[in-house]
Write a protein that binds this ligand. Structure first.
Ligand code: GCV
Length: 647
């Protein structure tokens, strides 16, 4: 196996590494650019010089372009008179410019290229690791992690593999990611100490990521003044509490001068928060924002707040409503350096959800949209499921005229990376990480183009068509064989892998499908249901309100309908369920065949790992098909129009 099977194999640097390059400018990230080029030239026979000497060369990377226009991260690229020039105002821009040229390959050195400006649409492009320092008795080393252990932590300590962390930073920079939160938002006892007496371990990680322009953030517990500071309260309006956070934060910045800030999950799934003191989420967030402000830091306050002790008999409480109900009334109350981090859907990273109505509902509040690269509900990195098209739909959705990608200040993904030699467990899950970074840079980019880019960089040209066939439709395939028409869940409780149609039906978590002998789905209309549809602005509120206008793929999210209800597709709901579940499995079988045909075109270790995962995906997809189809056949008594085998 080659050492780093990812999208920056040495071969990707052939075009730049065989050229004569001049690097102009100074600073730590310019040093990184130089080192990258020196390594590539060492391998491919080119040369790289530093300084102002403008001798004959093919590529110039220089600092000095218009800082107002480009900021620290933007760059321009042009080619004229046989020379390619990348100009930036800051070192990060120069580094992104280098990776841009690497992506272009030989094309960067052909013909003429008019000067083009590249600036990231979103200033913060961040990965949140749900990594625990100490192995959690239920959640393990990484909560919802499917790529081995943590890159950062093992068995209660920093793992200390800083070279690997550095290479991770390099991969992230190469797809435009510039921030990482290094521990789980569920902050347990050991992890709480990272903020104070164990900040040195975080500083080491920050030091390894810094040369690639990646800033480090930390998840903290709202109860820190109690559990670490010995105070009798964590009330955000108590002066002792505020002073404690101010001092603790100042010490963090002594250790990590470019520290990004805090991530907080408060009053959510048992985590402590301001409610205990009769304070609002804005009170809580603003206290931390005040502590961070003098240092230029930001608090990411998560909006994933809902009642997780619901009575399933109670039809008036709707988990989907919760984020909006809690936060929309607080618009305008959050500090400038507080960012509200909202999951892209109103429930919890299901394979299909509408865009959260909270996105767009708080115009006076800074917004981070949270995606989930780790495949908790989308096959846990045992199934191929490329999420680019889903994320692109989210980012292009226009709640009220402006697309989500234009409303957000930050795009965040829960990381899918771990200590696995392939980084992401399933080697093809790297496509999700790469696509996330590139969409965060340019939210309206064509995801298919990004996929092609990742394939070409990672595998070269020969297997490209096969890889595209395997990946491009994989999200819709996964949707076909799992929970139908947006209804969600139907997973095994706890670990969330594999089917269990009624797994959460009588649970306290607020995730129900309400199937009975007549029909299925959740009535979230204003007229007869929970009223959730009314949280959207027009035209969405009206579109979702009626089963006649609601898009098919979200029908059961918004409505309880009979099995005989006819979809826009012309099929009944029950026949749609049967058909998609048979089709989904057939599509997995076909993708597995395509993958098998790529043996010889993909390195053997990677090929074997994916082939092995396909066996499990197919087994699991058949299980989903048979359980879901049998369940609905038994409930409804309606036979499959095509007489296929249902149990
Ligand atoms: C980190 C879901 C997951 C939890 C996760 C939570 C969250 O409930 O199952 O593991 O906790 O989301 O996003 O905070």
């Amino acid at each position: 196996m080659e050492p780093d099977p990812a999208w920056l194999p040495a071969a990707a640097f052939r075009a730049v590494g065989s050229r004569h390059t001049l690097v102009r400018g100074a600073g730590p990230l310019v040093d990184t650019v130089y080192r990258e080029l020196a390594a590539a030239c060492g391998r491919f026979g080119g040369s790289v010089a530093r300084g102002t000497d403008g001798g004959p060369c093919d590529l110039v990377l220089e600092l000095g372009d218009d800082a107002d226009r480009l900021g620290d991260e933007g760059f321009t690229c042009r080619r004229e008179d046989g020379r390619t020039t990348v100009s930036a105002a800051g070192g990060a821009g120069l580094l992104y410019g280098l990776f841009h040229v690497v992506r272009l390959g030989e094309d960067a050195f052909r013909g003429r290229r008019p000067r083009k400006t590249h600036v990231p649409a979103l200033a913060l492009r961040m990965l949140d690791h749900w990594d625990n320092v100490a192995v959690h008795p239920v959640m393990g080393q990484v909560e919802r992690g499917y790529a081995g252990g943590s890159l950062f932590w093992a068995d209660g300590r920093a793992r200390g593999e800083l070279e690997r962390v550095r290479r991770y930073g390099r991969l992230l920079a190469a797809c435009g990611i510039n921030a990482v939160a290094v521990n789980n938002v569920n902050v347990h006892e050991t992890e709480a100490h990272l903020l104070t007496d164990r900040i040195g371990e975080v500083a080491d990680i920050a030091g390894a990521l810094r040369p690639y322009g990646v800033r480090t953030h930390l998840s903290v517990t709202f109860a820190a003044p109690l559990v670490l500071g010995g105070l009798p309260t964590a009330d955000p309006l108590d002066e002792r509490v505020r002073a404690w956070w101010t001092e603790a934060t100042a010490r963090v910045y002594e250790a990590i001068p470019d520290f990004g800030g805090y991530v907080v999950k408060a009053d959510s799934e048992g985590q402590p928060g301001p409610f205990a003191y009769g304070r609002s989420h804005a009170d809580g967030a603003n206290m931390l924002a005040a502590a961070l402000a003098p240092h230029g830091g930001t608090v990411h306050w998560r909006a994933f707040v809902y009642d997780h002790r619901q009575d399933w008999r109670d039809r008036t409480t709707d988990r989907a409503r919760a984020a909006y109900d809690h936060f929309a009334p607080l618009d305008g109350e959050f500090a400038d350096n507080a960012v509200l981090q909202v999951k892209h859907g109103p429930m919890d990273f299901q394979v299909r959800e509408p865009v959260s109505p909270l996105i767009g509902a708080m115009p006076r509040t800074r917004l981070a949209v949270e995606l989930q690269a780790t495949q908790e509900y989308t096959g846990q990195q045992r199934h191929v499921c490329w999420l680019g098209p889903m994320w692109s739909e989210v980012l292009r959705f226009r709640p009220d005229g402006v697309p989500v990608g234009g409303l957000a200040d930050a795009l965040v993904a829960v990381s899918n990376v771990g200590a696995d030699p392939f980084w992401t467990g399933h080697p093809l899950a790297q496509a999700n990480l790469y696509t996330f970074g590139r969409l965060a840079w340019q939210p309206d980019a064509d995801p298919g183009g990004i996929l092609d880019e990742w394939i070409r960089l990672t595998f070269g040209p020969e297997p490209a068509a096969g890889l595209r066939a395997v990946l491009e439709g994989s999200w819709r395939t996964y949707e076909k064989y799992t929970a139908p028409l947006g209804v969600g869940f139907m997973v095994q409780p706890g670990h969330h892998y594999g089917p269990s149609v009624d797994g959460y039906e009588y649970s306290p978590w607020g995730t129900y499908h309400f199937a009975d002998r007549d029909g299925v789905g959740v009535d979230r209309s204003r007229a007869t249901g929970t009223g959730f549809a009314g949280q959207y602005p027009k035209p969405w509120a009206e579109l979702y309100e009626s089963p006649e206008t609601c898009p098919d793929e979200l029908l059961l999210f918004f409505h309880h309908v009979s099995y005989g209800h006819t979809l826009h597709s012309g099929k009944t709901v029950i026949q749609h369920i049967y058909d998609t579940h048979f089709e989904g499995v057939e599509e997995v079988e076909a993708a597995r065949e395509v993958w098998a045909s790529l043996a010889g075109l993909v390195d053997p270790a990677r090929h074997a790992r994916v082939a092995e995962r396909f066996e499990e995906q197919l087994r699991s997809a058949r299980e989903w098909r048979d359980q879901v189809n049998s369940y609905f056949f038994r409930k409804s008594g309606v036979p499959d129009a095509h007489g296929r085998r249902i149990y």
